[in-house]
Design a protein around this ligand. Structure first.
Ligand SMILES: NC(=O)c1ccc[n+]([C@@H]2O[C@H](COP(=O)([O-])OP(=O)(O)OC[C@H]3O[C@@H](n4cnc5c(N)ncnc54)[C@H](OP(=O)(O)O)[C@@H]3O)[C@@H](O)[C@H]2O)c1
Length: 299
């Protein structure tokens, strides 16, 4: 670790990736301040934190002081499954922009941000556009920064386990597209290495390249009971996403994003050691309630 970049603000520390990142910074000897809208959400990682800062990233007036004394800001704040009136633009774009402005005023020296693999080619999707519009602002800010563009997280692959436990796994399309999903702990190492890294934009995925069909099989094996894999035609998913979008743009966009994710290859440079089969076995042992916990908290 550089001797002069020791203090980090982690925004998103109540989420799947953010909690691993906070723990990784802590284990490398950084002073870690975590920002959250609900401090109780930080309880499970309190031993890895030096300070908590309560703020709502979409309300700039609450961010005063959040970055004071910090050398580095890491943000994995973004809407994934959260429900509410706020849009991807409100949170992923404007919220992170609010944080960047506060970071610049406080003299922060590096900003590390998590976008999405293949982001620049998926700008037709609201969620990706919001991420990448923020990336443009970050690029133009003049602040030293790194943008991490990961493939799917193991937490998202947990959706396969939920279906496997019900005995049927649905695939969008034929399931032959490939992805190398990544565990939060493996990705956290890349995020923390980025403090020292000169790389501005890093594509990253996990160690194993798997088809979606192979992931479905791994999930069924992990639950250890017979189950079926059913392919839903792509045209049907695209139509469903378009219709949903008319009534509920947010949900329609999430469906469109999932369809895109399952029907194109998403293979990024491979890092890490953690295997999806092991993760699924842990989820199978913990049961569905454990799965929900696992999405949010490290064990
Ligand atoms: N999951 C994937 O497979 C994947 C793949 C590539 C990129 N990404 C991107 O990586 C980032 C982190 O993903 P993740 O899976 O760790 O997400 P996550 O578990 O849902 O965590 C998201 C974080 O953002 C915060 N957040 C969400 N809405 C907010 C709001 N309105 N105001 C303030 N904070 C808010 C959450 O806080 P609360 O706990 O208060 O809700 C949480 O700390 C996201 O931007 C996502 O798009 C994810």
């Amino acid at each position: 670790m550089s001797t002069d970049m020791r203090r980090v603000l982690v925004a998103g520390a109540t989420g799947y990736l953010g909690r691993f990142v906070a723990k990784e910074f802590n284990s490398r000897g950084y002073f870690v301040r975590a920002m959250a809208r609900s401090p109780e959400g930080l309880e499970p990682i309190r031993d890895s934190l030096d300070e908590a800062f309560q703020a709502e990233i979409t309300r700039p007036e609450t961010l005063d002081g959040a970055c004071d004394g910090m050398d580095v800001v890491f943000s994995s704040v973004g809407i994934t499954k959260q429900k509410g009136k706020l849009t991807f633009k409100d949170v992923d774009y404007q919220g992170n922009k609010n944080l960047l402005e506060v970071a610049q005023r406080a003299g922060v020296r590096k900003f590390i941000y998590v976008s999405v693999f293949r982001g620049p080619s998926l700008l037709h999707l609201d969620i990706v556009k919001a991420h990448e519009d923020f990336v443009s602002v970050l690029r133009d800010s003049g602040l030293s920064h790194t943008v991490i563009r990961p493939t799917g997280f193991f937490s998202d692959m947990g959706e396969y386990m939920k279906m496997a436990k019900k005995g049927r796994v649905y695939l969008f399309g034929n399931g032959n597209n490939r992805i190398n999903p990544i565990h939060g702990a493996d990705l956290a190492e890349v995020c923390v290495d980025a403090v020292e890294n000169d790389g501005r934009e890093i594509d990253v995925g996990g160690p194993e390249v798997l088809t979606h069909r192979a992931i479905a099989r791994l999930a069924l094996q992990a639950v250890g009971k017979p189950g079926r894999i059913t392919s839903v035609p792509i045209w049907m998913m695209q139509g469903f996403a378009s219709v949903t979008r008319i009534f509920n743009r947010h949900q329609g966009e999430l469906l469109a994003f999932m369809t895109e994710a399952m029907t194109a290859d998403a293979v990024a440079p491979q890092v890490g050691t953690r295997l999806l089969a092991d993760y699924f076995r842990e989820l199978a042992v913990e049961g569905l309630e454990g799965e929900a916990r696992n999405k949010r908290w490290p064990t």
